[in-house]
Ligand binder design. Structure first.
Ligand SMILES: CSC[C@H]1O[C@@H](n2cnc3c(O)ncnc32)[C@H](O)[C@@H]1O
Ligand code: ZN
Length: 446
């Protein structure tokens, strides 16, 4: 090897273990990830890296596993400010009697800016590099994510009734169209359409959402079959199951993300498979609201792409995707009555490549492959609760929680170094969070 075969690059990450996700489910040892600009230039053995690359910066991670950044495909980021205000309730009581009144009373542009930043701090700290949001004032959330250098799919809300963000479907759709125009093509922000649920959006606005999606390419994300009650009520009012209604309208397709899907009969399964729609599994929210259990392994066996999300911090009550994976893997086994269901590697793929596929970005996100964007995390396995290490993939899913995440990069830019966030001023954020807590608590006490 001569000097002219040595390539200059920006960052070299040396790690004890590496889980690339693609091309296969393996754990590699003593690898180096080479980053040039915003992309992965190479993933090679450390010996080969010594011969082929000279980098501006080298990060040595001797007790760590390096893998692609996690993708949290469903949440309501600013609801972090409502964490713990209404626990131990079923979905419709939680929404009608607690969450919707609180949203009416408190949500403003500043609430969304602060709440989204709080959510991003937690997600970055626990290994998420891309998140999906469906909430009010999406233009503020998009700007907050962009400013923090986080990747996000930002869905604008669509409902039949007025909220803090608009007077009804027409206003939501025209503001949403503006959001799409502003952010389409951005490398960090993917604008999307968020019809809330089949029970809150009637056919007219749903069809307009579909038109907008077809015209702009913006994905649709919708809460779907979250509870048995949703399905029963739809059968009573519409004479059909929500999935059948959406399938007949043409809403289900490869650009549609169906969140929850705890109720799946054979006809639902067929509709989802035939349409190519994606399912977003939110196990902890489903458990906490006693909504039901998504049959993840059955969906995957049928060929459906299943990604994972935390849902909002008011129904979870955290945004730690590693914790979510542990729950997902555990309940998948009971639901399938099969301990081999959702293995550790399948779970890690669900939180990375499947998430990228659901937002149509698997060609550039979700695995550590040369040419893909450098969204990378490192997890420190040196703590006693992660020792001894026979299989790092097992530890990441079954023994870990997100606090062991030590480093992350998004687009090749460091976001977390030795557990410290580089782009969010946490002390300042906490002052603003305290202010919101006082206001919310005072109003609740009245
Ligand atoms: C249209 S903005 C989002 C809207 O959804 C509410 N929400 C939060 N979690 C859930 C859930 O699990 N099912 C249904 N709706 C949910 C949130 O409070 C906003 O009002
Ligand atoms: Zn939700």
């Amino acid at each position: 090897m001569t000097a002219d075969t040595i390539t200059a690059a920006d960052i070299r990450i040396n790690s004890r273990w590496l889980i690339p996700i693609e091309p296969e489910a393996v754990v590699l040892e003593h690898q180096a990830v080479i980053i040039q600009g915003s992309r992965i230039a190479a993933v090679v053995s450390q010996q080969e890296a010594d011969l082929r690359f000279r980098t501006r910066e080298t990060v040595n991670l001797p007790n760590h596993v390096v893998m692609p950044g996690l993708i949290n495909l469903h949440g309501h980021a600013a609801m972090s400010l409502f964490r713990g205000i209404a626990d131990d309730l079923p979905l419709m009581t939680w929404l009608n009697e607690h969450i919707w009144p609180a949203e009416g009373a408190f949500i403003s542009e500043q609430f969304i800016a602060d709440g989204t930043q709080l959510a991003m701090a937690e997600m970055l700290r626990t290994g998420t590099t891309t998140f999906s949001d469906m909430y009010f004032f999406p233009e503020i959330a998009a700007q907050a994510a962009h400013d923090a250098g986080m990747r996000a799919q930002i869905s604008f809300p669509l409902l039949d009734f007025p909220t803090v963000w608009g007077s009804g479907p027409d206003e939501y759709l025209s503001k949403g169209e503006a959001l799409i125009k502003t952010w389409k093509g951005d490398e960090y922000i993917t604008p999307a359409i968020g019809p809330h649920a089949p029970y809150t959006v009637s056919d007219g606005p749903l069809l307009k959402a579909l038109n907008l999606s077809e015209e702009t390419g913006a994905p649709i994300q919708i809460h779907l079959h979250e509870t048995a009650f949703e399905v029963t009520e739809s059968l009573e009012k519409q004479g059909k199951r929500p999935v059948a209604r959406l399938a007949e309208m043409g809403i289900l397709g490869p650009n549609t993300q169906c969140v929850h899907m705890t109720q799946v009969d054979d006809s639902d399964l067929r509709s989802i498979v035939e349409s190519g729609a994606h399912v977003i599994h939110c196990p902890e929210s489903n458990l906490k609201l006693a909504s039901g259990l998504c049959p993840v392994q059955k969906l995957m066996d049928a060929g459906i792409n299943v990604a994972i999300g935390t849902d909002g911090a008011a129904s979870n009550n955290d945004l730690d995707l590693f914790g979510e994976l542990r729950t997902a893997a555990m309940i998948a086994k009971v639901v399938a009555d099969d301990a081999t269901a959702l293995s550790a590697h399948q779970a890690l793929t669900m939180a990375t490549l499947n998430g990228a596929r659901a937002i149509g970005r698997d060609h550039e996100l979700g695995s550590l492959v040369p040419g893909k964007l450098a969204d990378i995390i490192a997890v420190d396995l040196s703590d006693p609760f992660l020792q001894p290490v026979y299989d790092p993939a097992s530890h990441l899913v079954y023994s870990n929680h997100g606090r062991a995440v030590s480093h992350s990069w998004i687009n090749g830019v460091p976001q977390l170094q030795e557990g410290t966030l580089t782009r969010i001023d946490v002390a300042d954020l906490m002052l603003r969070v305290d202010g919101w807590m006082e206001r919310i608590r005072n109003q609740q006490a009245q």
